[in-house]
Design a protein around this ligand. Structure first.
Ligand SMILES: O=c1nc2n(C[C@H](O)[C@H](O)[C@H](O)CO)c3cc(O)ccc3cc-2c(=O)[nH]1
Ligand SMILES: C[C@H]1O[C@@H](n2cnc3c(N)ncnc32)[C@H](O)[C@@H]1O
Ligand code: SF4
Length: 328
């Protein structure tokens, strides 16, 4: 059944480093090791404070996977005073909580112990499955091996971490692969119950990448995948599309019920050429549906207590804040 509500979260995007051990053929986020390849603490603090003043509730830490495996990275990292990118991420998450934002980390592949450690300071976490297909776009990206991704999404389930995952469409997979990817996600969710939302993200070709000449997907194909997702996924899982990459107005009618994180402060560093719609624009996208702000942790996981006690007060406070805003 189609939902009558369309949700979104107000966030700030903090790309702690753009150095990455993978080489995805569609990505422009990744950059070489160089001066300035790690954000400095002052920059992080400024963005967090600005986010709080703009009413943001989520600090999205998204960055390159396993950057320490790249030559010379550790020397640059040490200038921050931290010994690993995850130590830095943990500290910046504590800072976000103090300033009043809930951390949501998508750091690429993490092992069980790393996830378990970061869970202490995160309200939710995420990792795109991307696809279960073995595709040329991922041939130089060990972390995009579907078995490795599936295993991490399962680990997050074992640890009861409210989780975001999703598909990247149009990177060389077939329609059958899309179906299989959705079935895999649903299968994991049946076992662990931790999937909050599945992002149906469309690949956007970027200049100076191996896939710059690849065609972008037609809206119809995205819509078909959303319909498939509605059929395959449990009703409680939200279907998210990024409103800066597609004509969201059309896709809402295919079954989308969430617009993900939208920022009044920072750009989408993964798709920097696509600006966020203003919050007022979202109301137009919602049309007949009720536009509703949410936290990065969904209410049913708050009710189940699937969050660290460190976050109790902040979750309570932010829930009140978004409620007050909605009645103004
Ligand atoms: O701004 C972005 N936000 C992205 N987000 C953020 C997401 O929209 C929100 O953080 C969640 O909806 C939680 O509120 C992701 C989160 C994940 O866990 C996994 C993948 C993504 C992908 C993106 C993305 O490409 N751009
Ligand atoms: C954060 C997420 O962004 C997605 N991502 C990476 N590159 C692109 C691109 N060119 N177009 C759209 N999405 C992209 C991947 O799915 C990644 O997991
Ligand atoms: S998409 Fe993520 S994993 Fe792939 S190269 Fe870009 S930053 Fe690295």
């Amino acid at each position: 059944m189609q939902s009558s509500v369309l949700t979104y979260s107000r966030n700030v995007f903090l790309p702690l480093t753009d150095v990455c051990h993978n080489r995805c053929a569609y990505c422009i986020f990744r950059e070489p090791v160089r001066d300035g390849c790690v954000m400095c603490e002052g920059e992080v603090t400024d963005i967090l404070r600005k986010g709080a003043s703009f009413g943001c509730t989520e600090a999205l830490f998204t960055f390159g996977e396993r950057p320490e495996l790249e030559d010379g990275f550790i020397r640059h990292l040490k200038k921050t005073g931290y010994n690993s990118i995850l130590e830095f991420c943990y500290a910046m998450s504590e800072k976000a909580i103090k300033i009043g934002l809930l951390p949501h980390t998508n750091a690429g592949i993490l092992d069980y112990n790393e996830l378990s450690h970061l869970k202490e300071v995160n309200a939710s976490m995420g990792l795109m499955l991307e696809t279960t297909a073995d595709i040329p776009a991922h041939k130089n990206s060990p972390g995009k091996d579907p078995a490795v991704r599936i295993s991490m999404i399962e680990d997050a389930g074992k640890l009861k971490i409210p989780f975001t995952t999703g598909l990247l469409l149009g990177i060389g997979e077939t329609e059958k692969d899309r179906e299989e990817s959705l079935e895999v996600i649903e299968g994991i969710h049946r076992r662990y119950g931790h999937i909050q939302e599945v992002i149906i993200q469309n690949f956007c070709p970027k200049p100076n990448t191996p896939m710059e000449k690849w065609p972008a997907l037609k809206t119809e194909e995205i819509c078909n995948t959303i319909k498939l997702a509605c059929e395959i996924l449990s009703d409680e899982i939200s279907i998210q599309i990024p409103p800066n990459l597609v004509d969201a107005k059309i896709l809402i009618d295919c079954g989308v019920d969430d617009l993900g994180g939208v920022s009044p402060v920072t750009i989408d560093y993964v798709n920097p050429e696509h600006p966020w719609p203003a919050i007022d624009e979202l109301k137009k996208i919602a049309g007949e549906k009720e536009l509703k702000e949410r936290l990065c942790i969904y209410q049913r996981f708050i009710d189940r207590g699937w969050y660290p006690s460190l976050l109790s007060d902040l979750i309570g406070q932010l829930n009140k804040d978004i409620h007050i805003r909605s009645t103004k």
